[in-house]
Design a protein. Structure first.
Length: 362
């Protein structure tokens, strides 16, 4: 299964432009609502200097970066939770993702229409978040009714679920996101099964331009994000897309001339990776160096399964080398010689940067 970040927002805020820049793709960009109806999915490599350093030492035939998937979801509007603007379909697309990138228009441009004819970041965010809250409320309500109707088997377990769902529903009634509700670990495990939208980690992208008004809008968005501990990344989607489409020389010259230190896209990708709570382990050989994304807290047998089901079925042990040790000693044989190679079993908790060789037998 891929790790998916859903790109959401009102129509005409720059979602598809951002998606195109992220994926270097060709999803349709146009100046009218619902331009994107079916979600576009792009697989994006995660920038990581570690894999570049490993490649310098090993010089493999092939190098494969870790990746995440970005899903460009059509613009939501008021009433989406009740089906307005194909809302049910769009909300379902969001539910299939693990994290949300919420694009907010923080610029004025008479040539680009606003779906409600007024650029106000706070109002725009409230519209989207209200629809997510209403959708979760409907999910809660239906789930409670279903459980109460079928309260026959595993009654004690179902009652536990009902208590948690009612707790969630009372929070949603106050138009509050579930991510701001205090839940213990048992309650978190219960609610995870319902794939609530307002529980998903969220990053706000402030789509800005060079106009001074953008700074005012950006400050407004920062205040909103503070309320639910979300991150805000300011970016000009159009500029980033223009930069991506330049050749490397022109891109470098342009960024130097206008004092642009790095592509904002890389920060979005890296922050999305962290937001999904992923870590990276590596497999290293002369044929291929491969960076593998995996959920933080995963065990070695889960990491083995990430590569191939046979690795987990016939798992014997995992040979672990720390990234910094490999960089220092320059080869697997030297690392083993100085005693820096460990042998771990199937319950070993993977660490970010582990270089792994799985031993298996099927």
């Amino acid at each position: 299964m891929g790790f998916k970040c859903g790109i959401i927002g009102l129509p005409n805020v720059g979602k598809s432009t951002l998606f195109n820049a992220l994926t270097k793709g060709n999803s349709t960009v146009a100046n009218f609502p619902f331009c994107t109806i079916k979600p576009n999915i792009g697989i994006v490599s995660v920038p990581d200097t570690r894999i570049d350093e490993l490649s310098k030492i090993v010089t493999p035939k092939k190098t494969v970066h870790a990746y995440i998937e970005f899903v460009d979801i059509a613009g939501l509007v008021k009433g989406a939770s009740k089906g307005e603007g194909l809302g049910n379909q769009f909300l379902s697309n969001i539910r299939d993702t693990q994290a949300i990138i919420h694009v907010v228009r923080c610029f004025q441009d008479a040539n680009i229409s606003h779906v409600y004819n007024d650029v106000q970041p706070k109002n725009d965010v409230d519209i989207i978040n209200s629809e997510l809250i209403l959708s979760d409320f409907n999910t809660c309500e239906k789930s409670i009714l279903r459980l109460q109707k079928n309260l026959k088997y595993n009654i004690k377990e179902q009652e536990k679920i009902l208590i948690v769902l009612k707790k969630c529903m009372n929070h949603l009634k106050n138009f509050l996101m579930l991510k701001t509700l205090k839940l213990n670990n048992v309650e978190k495990n219960i609610v995870n099964d319902f794939r609530f939208l307002t529980l998903k980690p969220t990053m706000y992208i402030a789509n800005i331009n060079e106009d001074k008004k953008s700074l005012t809008f950006l400050n407004e968005l920062n205040k909103i994000a503070e309320q639910d501990n979300s991150l805000v990344i300011p970016i000009s989607s159009k500029l980033e897309l223009d930069l991506i489409n330049m050749n490397k020389t022109d891109q470098k010259d342009f960024m130097k001339a206008f004092d642009i230190p790095h592509l904002g896209l890389n920060k979005i990708i890296q922050c999305g990776y962290k937001m999904l709570d992923l870590i990276t382990f590596f497999t290293v050989g002369v044929k291929e160096i491969h960076a593998w994304p995996i959920s933080n807290g995963s065990t070695s047998i889960q990491a083995a399964h990430k590569i191939h089901s046979d690795f987990s079925k016939g798992f014997i042990r995992a040979q672990i080398i720390q990234y910094l040790d490999f960089i220092q000693y320059k080869s697997e044989s030297k690392v083993k010689e100085v005693g820096k190679c460990r042998i771990e079993g199937k319950d070993y908790k993977m660490k970010d940067g582990d270089i792994v060789n799985f031993l298996f037998n099927i």
